[in-house]
Design a protein around this ligand. Sequence first.
Ligand SMILES: Cc1ncc(C[n+]2csc(CCOP(=O)(O)OP(=O)(O)O)c2C)c(N)n1
Ligand SMILES: [Mg+2]
Length: 399
Amino acid sequence: MSLNQIASSSRSKLLRPLTSISSSSSSSLRRSFSSSSDDKTITVETSIPFTAHNCDPPSRTVETTPKELMSFFKDMALMRRMEIAADSLYKSKLIRGFCHLYDGQEAVAVGMEAAITKKDCIITAYRDHCIYLGRGGTLVEAFAELMGRKAGCSKGKGGSMHFYKKDSGFYGGHGIVGAQVPLGIGLSFAQKYSKDGTVTFAMYGDGAANQGQLFEALNMAALWDLPAILVCENNHYGMGTAEWRAAKSPAYYKRGDYVPGLKVDGMDAFAVKQACKFAKEHVLQKGPIILEMDTYRYHGHSMSDPGSTYRTRDEISGVRQERDPVERIRKLVLSHDLATEKELKDIEKEIRKEVDDAIAQAKESPMPEPAELFTNVYVKGFGVEAYGADRKEVRAVLP
Ligand SMILES: Cc1ncc(C[n+]2csc(CCOP(=O)(O)OP(=O)(O)O)c2C)c(N)n1
Ligand SMILES: [Mg+2]
């Protein structure tokens, strides 16, 4: 097979029709968001079955409610809008430095949150804005952080790659590829040690999946039966490198060898929810598991990458048309008569306003004080001396 043939066969695997949405309602559901029908059970089927390695896969049948379906739609539409707005802010130079957008991958963030609690931990790489929002972070704190303002979730000192929200179990936001995975295993060690019944989701990309530190950390997690879920967000590219050029075996769910794994349609929020629920139960009894989320990023790798030099525009628009996570939920909402197309459009309009208001508010926040350069950097009490670039003169002695 030529490289071009390999590329086009891997491209065709990216496309999977939305037509497999099948669902049934256990009762006749009418539109009334605030009534008791909010909690009626709706049964949906995941887009495709799970593929399992070293374990029995969970069922394709997932239970939901009108309330959850509507919240999936709203949460994903909000994430999508936030990322589009971040793109504009970057282009108008209000966001500087690195910025990696998550649009296309929203079902992973939303489905994962639906299966866990804020006592469970999540740690991820630099594509972190939507994970932060899912953990309960606010739009104002997110935009303020992106624009380097005091009101940001990391006080404006971290920027796009370093969102953090420890009070609801979000441990960042990391810029060094793969480095968050051993940290995540450390979190799961603490969880096992304190026997609190919580778990850690350590997220990484298909590019990071080839790194050695991941296997070292996984070995320890398996050896000590730690409650660690390794979530490989396979968006099929590491910067401009397609997975087939970087990985001898791109079956990332199998790469743990002795560690079980599941391949999940990461564009289907219900498949993600089902897989994460299954994984949480699994790791609390049996030790780590790998979830490979088959997903896609619409934007380029970061703002300096137009995203169209190493893949075709047809590939991107094909995924948008056939697998888009927001459109999948829109179809489910409509097929269950939970809202009309116009009502969903109105929700999207409100979301647009919510995002614009948050940006305006974030812009009001000042930049951090210059003295903040020295806080949260060193442990206090060592009297560390700071020198200028000439290294001759002591400029400050830190407390
Ligand atoms: C240790 C290290 N090597 C290289 C880089 C540069 N780099 C940043 S992102 C990236 C690609 C990672 O791709 P993947 O893991 O698939 O994540 P994605 O960006 O697709 O979410 C690389 C090579 C880095 N930040 N850290
Ligand atoms: Mg990737």
